[in-house]
Design a protein around this ligand. Structure first.
Ligand SMILES: [Fe+2]
Length: 289
């Protein structure tokens, strides 16, 4: 829950409830449980990615007003969407450089191989399998494996596509550093007509927040702060913990600042945590827990 990438979607109680529900259902389905633990053994990144995709999918599903049953189907689909990666050789899955065209083809096959795998499990709804089948399809028709376009893609497939890309580009991998959440959201917003369902993109950005928790921002007086609480009514005025003053001096004790009540100040932009000497998680734990 401290994961910056998750932003302010963590209406902890509600998400926990849905996840608990989901876990109960999945525990009834031994094969899916076995699949998930096999995935964790095979590739820890894909496992964590699947959990994140599940949380994001569920929060969009909730915003769309899905029933509990429908959320469960979506959640199972999200958790199992990359099962096919277990059938991709590890040296391709975690290759530090660019994939050759032949390797890329094998990587892309994780979709159909995953779908074949899931079809053999009893008790997984066909709609859940759509998530695996369609999460790499793109609104423009340039996705794979079937090149489906716009409305040919199911709502589950469209939700999973947005969330899958967001989690992938914000993740640190051997070969690249993850993008900071605000930049990733900007990218996804740029791609919204070409790759995604634009309405779902806007909904997702609202859920994560323009300035996800833990984002670093520069203020109009040049001081630097960390976002510690979102603002539901005015998302550009969150609550902050100011860490550096306007002259670039580290404050001996960070100061809380509620931008919704200090209208003379505003956020100029976000900063990459690497540009500044600050350990977000440590600061968070020290001053906020
Ligand atoms: Fe995938």
């Amino acid at each position: 829950m401290n994961d910056v990438r998750l932003g302010r979607l963590v209406d902890v109680k509600e998400v926990t409830e849905t996840v608990e529900n989901l876990v109960e259902q999945i525990l009834d389905n031994q094969e899916a449980v076995v699949g998930l633990s096999k995935l964790q053994d095979y590739d820890d990144y894909t496992y964590t990615h699947s959990l994140n995709v599940c949380i994001f999918c569920l929060s969009i599903g909730k915003a769309l007003g899905y029933s509990k049953d429908r959320l469960s189907v979506l959640g199972v689909g999200a958790l199992t969407h990359d099962f096919g990666k277990m059938l991709v050789p590890k040296k391709i899955l975690n290759k530090p450089g660019r994939l050759t065209p032949a390797e890329f083809k094998i990587m892309q096959e994780h979709v159909v191989r995953g779908v074949d795998y899931l079809k053999q499990l009893s008790g997984i709804m066909p709609e859940a399998i759509q998530v695996a089948f369609e999460h790499h399809e793109r609104h423009s028709g340039k996705g794979y494996p079937r090149g489906l376009k716009g409305e040919e893609i199911s709502e589950f497939g469209k939700i999973a596509a947005v969330v899958d890309v967001y989690d992938a580009i914000t993740s640190d991998r051997v070969y690249h550093r993850g993008m900071i959440p605000s930049k990733a959201l900007r990218k996804i917003y740029e791609w919204r007509y070409h790759d995604f369902d634009p309405e779902l993109v806007e909904m997702f950005i609202k859920i994560v927040g323009i300035y996800p928790l833990g984002s670093l921002v520069r203020l109009s007086d040049d001081s630097i702060g960390m976002v510690i609480e979102g603002n539901q009514t005015n998302s550009v005025r969150p609550k902050l913990l100011v860490i550096y003053d306007g002259k670039g001096n580290l404050l001996p004790e960070p100061k809380k600042l509620d931008l919704s009540s200090v209208l003379s100040m505003r956020i100029l932009g976000t900063l990459n945590p690497e540009e500044i000497e600050i350990d977000i998680k440590k600061t968070w734990d020290k001053y906020l827990l």
